[in-house]
Every structure is written in structure tokens, then in C-alpha cells.
Design a binder for this molecule. Sequence first.
Ligand code: MAN
Ligand code: CA
Ligand code: CA
Length: 493
Amino acid sequence: MTSPRVLLVLLAAVAAISAQNNPVFKKFEYKHSFRAPNLAQRDGSIPFWIVSGDAIASGEQLRLAPSMRSRKGIAWNKRAFVESENFQVDIALKIGGQGRVGADGLGIWYTSQLGALGPVFGANDFWTGMGIFLDSFDNDGIKNNPQVALMLNDGTRSYDHHTDGSQQILSSCQRDFRNKPYPVRLRIEYLKNVLLVHVDDGMQPTPRYELCMRAENIYLPKNGYFGVSAATGGLADDHDVLDFSVFSLFSEQQKPTPVAEQIPQQEKQKYDEEFERQMKEYEAERAKFKEQHPDKVKEDDEYDPSKYYEDATARELRLIYESQNAIHQVMQNMDQRLAQIQQTQATGHVAPAAAAGQQAGGAVAGGASFQPHEKNEVITSLRDLSQSVRDMKQYVNEIFTKTYNMEQKLTQGGGATGGGVDSSMHQKVDSLLNELRTVRATQIETSGSGGSPGTCQNNCVSSTIFLLIIFIQSIVIVAVVYVRSKQDKAKFY
Ligand code: MAN
Ligand code: CA
Ligand code: CA
């Protein structure tokens, strides 16, 4: 196996393992999102959102509060977030103005009720749920702004604007998010009652997130509403949101049921029958058309998608076939070289190629002796051969693993569906596995004795046995492909 292929296999394995440890499925929820361009419609409304106060939406941005004194604006999602209990929100925003200091800031909300205009960064106080504040102005003067702060509320608490909520916020980080060359991005993840907030610095077009806060044991209201708000006071900044993208997150256990599994059994049977009927009709029509237009049918039949596309199985087969060809080629070359050497030794005569080597290298050696370059060539050929054998071993191992996995799945599937897969299939896979085990064992022996070309004397595998192995292996591969295609057909629905 060549090194890039090894690397790919390793990467795939690592990805599979990490996905197993932390399987999270993510789905974009357009009914809870908006993003530029075409953020708003011509009339300034955002589909599924309410915009009010001083907020103005255009195609490019939602300006929640302009850089004018004492303004406030909000936008709230009209639909409750019912898709999942967990979410990710990716936000891109621009906050800035002429002043060295700006005010007052922007709120990102997830609340049990729709929001209204109010004193907390433009939104109502005594909310239930989560508020994340990008607080630009240092009201308590302890030089810790601009900051990003998280405050949870159960509907009973009033945000203390004069202290920047310092006694109320659960977690915060100091970040300068004003007047950045690129939009500043925030990523809020709420999964399994852990809330994570990452913030990017807005210094490059692609986000570079850094962890701002992590809070555990967070219980947000179910079916809440997303919202954004902003306010200015004595000082003012523009507060623009360019992207508000909500994703529902699902862990493995909460994974939404595929549509196919949601269809009741009776209906499924009905659809299957309908499909069968239509398929028969189509075949009949096709046959009729063939009869009536034999000239056109030829063209039609010549269309073979496999000419243009290569599926995974075809690719595997091609690689094995190429590898076998390479081995064959190396063996043929070696055979030729050995015949030449034999001839030279028998006649005591220098072969033309060896003679040319002598002239060029200027080395003088007896006609019957092994020339250094000949030795090198043989060693190189042997190395090539052992490399190819190792490649083959790897392919066989891969196929073995896949077949084994397939058998495991079939066994499990059969148990769960009460014998849904016929027993002949099991037998086939079993015999296939046994054959593969034999091939693998033979290959391990082969590579064990042929691994170091220099030491190979009596224990080397003969070319006949080797070709026999390749032949058996080819049969096994064809069998695997057959079983797979059978399985694929079964999975068609
Ligand atoms: C004034 C008041 C404050 C506000 C600051 C900054 O001091 O309006 O409430 O936070 O300006 O805008
Ligand atoms: Ca403040
Ligand atoms: Ca402060």
C-alpha cells in the first residue's frame, strides 16, 4: 500500500473513531435564520421574524440600532424552536462608530416568550431564558469593556445596567469587537446542557474562533424563541447583524427518524406494490418501443453509466487489478533476467546488455560471474515484488475487514428483523470469510519469507503458488462484489 493510501485509511479511521465518541448531527434551520445577501424582503420584513423599534432590515444587514443617541431596536423569531432541544447559532455582526468609545451594545436571546422593546440592550427586562450581551460601554467604570457576557433569567430578575450586570452574569470574556475590518463572528452551542460561546476577532474573512465561555448545567426553556436587540445611550455605535444561522443539533440517541422509518408498514407495502406495478409498465413500454424502433434502441442501450462513473467497488477492483498487473510485470522481468543470467553462466559468454554495462562502467569481470549491476537489478526487482506483495496483503486485509463487518451487520440485522436476510446469504459470507482467512494466512507466510529479499532462499513461495493465490483472491473479490450488489439491491428502498 502506498503511503498516501495508508494516510487516507488512517485519517478515515480517526474520523470514524472521533465521530463515534462524539456523534452530533447538525441541520440548518432556515425558519429561524436570516443572512445576507437577500436578508430582508423589499418591504424590509424578514421572513419568520418580527422587526421593531429603531431596527431597519435591508438585503445586506439588519441594523438593530444606528449610531444615534438613545435608540433601540429588536428582531425576534416568530416561530418557536421546536426542532431540537440543542442548537448551534452562528452569528456575524458589525459594531462600530466614530468614537473611541461606543455604546451601548447588542443582545442575543433565546427566551421562552417573544421579546419586546425594553431597557436591556433594547429588549425587555425580566425575561426567561438566555441573554448574551456584547456590552461596549463600561457603565461601572472598572475597565472591563467591551465584553461578552452571559446572563440567565427565570423571569424574576432585573438586569442592572449601571454595573454591567457584574453580579448577575454567569460568565464573560473581554473582547474588542468594535470597528473590525471583517464581521465579527460568534458561535453559540447548546448541547446536553452545556453552553459554549466562541468568538472570532474579525481580523480575517474566515472566522478564527476562540473560546469565550463554557457553562455547564444550563437548562434553557424548551421551544424558546431566538432574538437579537441593540441600544445606544449618550454614546452610540451602529449595531448590524449580517448573519444569524441556527442549526438544530442531535446526538446519536436523539437522531431524527429517517422518513422511510416513519412510513407505516401498510403504506410502505402499498408504495412498494405501486413501484413494482410502475416498473412492470415501464419495462413493457420499453419492450414495445424496442420492437417499433430497433434503430433508436441501439443508442439507448449503449448508454452505460459505469463508463462515466466509478463506484467504490469498481475502484477497489481496479486497484487490485492494477496491483496484480504490476506484480505480474515484475515477475516477468525477473524471469527474463534470470534466464539471461542462466544463459550467461552456462555458455561463459557475456550477454549484450552486461557487455554494454562493462564498457560504460569500465569494470572488468569474468564472463561467468554475477555483474554488480545485475545483482542490483535483481535486488531492485525483488524489492518491487515484496512491495507489491505487501500492497496485496493490505488489500486483502481491507476486504477481510469489510466482509467481517458486513457479516456482523447481517447477523445483527437478521436478529433485529427476525430473519429478514436469508440464511444462504450468511453461509456465503461465512465461506467467503474462511476463504479470505486462508488467503490472508498464505499472504502473511508469503510476505514473511519474501519480506527481506537478501535472505530468501528455500522458503520463497513459487510463482505458481503465488499466481494461484491471486486467482483465489480474484474469485473472492468477485464473490464480495456479488454479495454487496445483492445487499445494495436489498437496500434500494
Ligand atoms: C449615558 C447613559 C447610559 C449609557 C451611556 C452610554 O451615560 O445613557 O445609560 O450607558 O450613556 O451610551
Ligand atoms: Ca454597559
Ligand atoms: Ca464594566
